[in-house]
Design a protein around this ligand. Structure first.
Ligand SMILES: [Zn+2]
Length: 320
């Protein structure tokens, strides 16, 4: 009987490696990329599809959280197994299929956030088997570029040619105000100009936060992150969920530390009040939530302990 031991195995492997061309050893070349970023789940009779648009590894410094010393922020990052000098900010849009209508909540970046590896939402929509022309309604939460830029291609073409586009009225009033543009700090002017670029020649319908924007989709005033920032409650049958938009961005920083005021919350105090109001409701009602900047598929539940919250991501469900 042939003796097999570790030494003879290694010797045999060495012989094979020495005599075979390298390519013959590689059964499959590494893919080097992920497969499609699509995650589906049911909410009552509705089918929800989370569509990944990419991630921005945003460099951060002591200006990132206004009201906390930077070492505390770095510790929170480290405690979450994240790098301490940049924050991964993923983007995930949500498609609601009511059975009668396809409603898209926010549109992604169109790959137009400098430094971000993003813009994959249309690719993932295709992987989900949905044509852009099939989208009936687009509902926008607020006018930051990572939420509205996906309305148009880089060449100014409409990406979703048949969709009505609904926007929060207070958001429109703020960003389209020429007086606000002229007095805006330099850092904010780009956002004003981007809003005007995206909506130029585009027909929109304004809605008042608090009203229903599509069957089973209610808008909720969630001001603070921007002046007209809006969240959504989606309900079908006996189930409902809360779409937080940017009520809180990175969960392991700003759920665990709801009082922290990131630089991109325009009215920090109001954003904290809004965060507490909606997170309290999500935790008390054990509601499923979706967060635009949560780790893909960007949905899960919120727990509350004392004055702070935490995030429990959903388990991957193989069956819908
Ligand atoms: Zn955002």
């Amino acid at each position: 009987m042939t003796q097999i031991n570790r030494r003879s195995l290694l010797a045999g492997a060495g012989l094979a490696a020495a005599t075979l061309p390298v390519a013959a050893l590689a059964k499959a070349p590494p893919a080097g990329k992920q497969a499609a970023g699509v995650y589906r789940y049911k909410l009552g009779d509705y089918e929800m599809t989370a569509l990944y648009d990419g991630v921005w590894n945003r460099a951060i410094d002591d200006q990132f959280v206004r009201n906390v010393a930077f070492p505390q922020v770095q510790k929170a990052l480290s405690d979450s197994f994240l790098p301490i000098d940049k924050l991964p900010i993923p983007f995930t849009t949500l498609l609601v299929n009511t059975g009668a209508r396809l409603v898209l909540l926010d549109t992604g970046t169109a790959g137009q956030i400098p430094g971000a590896a993003s813009g994959s939402m249309p690719e993932n929509l295709a992987a989900a088997g949905v044509a852009p022309a099939a989208i009936d309604t687009i509902v926008i939460s607020h006018f930051h570029p990572d939420h509205i830029n996906g309305i148009k291609t880089k060449d100014d073409e409409l990406v979703f040619p048949n969709a009505e586009i609904l926007v929060p009225a207070p958001e429109w009033a703020y960003w389209m105000d020429d007086a606000k543009l002229s007095t805006a700090p330099q850092g904010l002017k780009g956002n004003f100009l981007n809003v005007r670029r995206v909506f130029k020649g585009v027909k929109v319908q304004q809605f008042e936060p608090g009203t229903e924007v599509a069957p089973g989709v209610a808008s909720i005033a969630a001001y603070g992150h921007t002046p007209g920032h809006t969240a959504f409650a989606v309900a079908s049958g006996s189930q409902s969920m809360l779409v937080l938009s940017d009520v809180t961005s990175h969960p392991w920083l700003f759920l665990r530390n709801p009082e922290w005021q990131p630089a991109f919350d325009m009215d920090g105090n109001l954003a904290v009040d809004t965060r507490r109001r909606l997170l309290d409701r999500a935790a008390a009602d054990r509601m499923l939530v979706q967060g635009y900047h949560f780790p893909f598929p960007a949905s899960g539940h919120v727990t509350k302990s004392g004055a702070n919250y935490d995030f429990v991501p959903v388990m991957w469900q193989p069956a819908i």
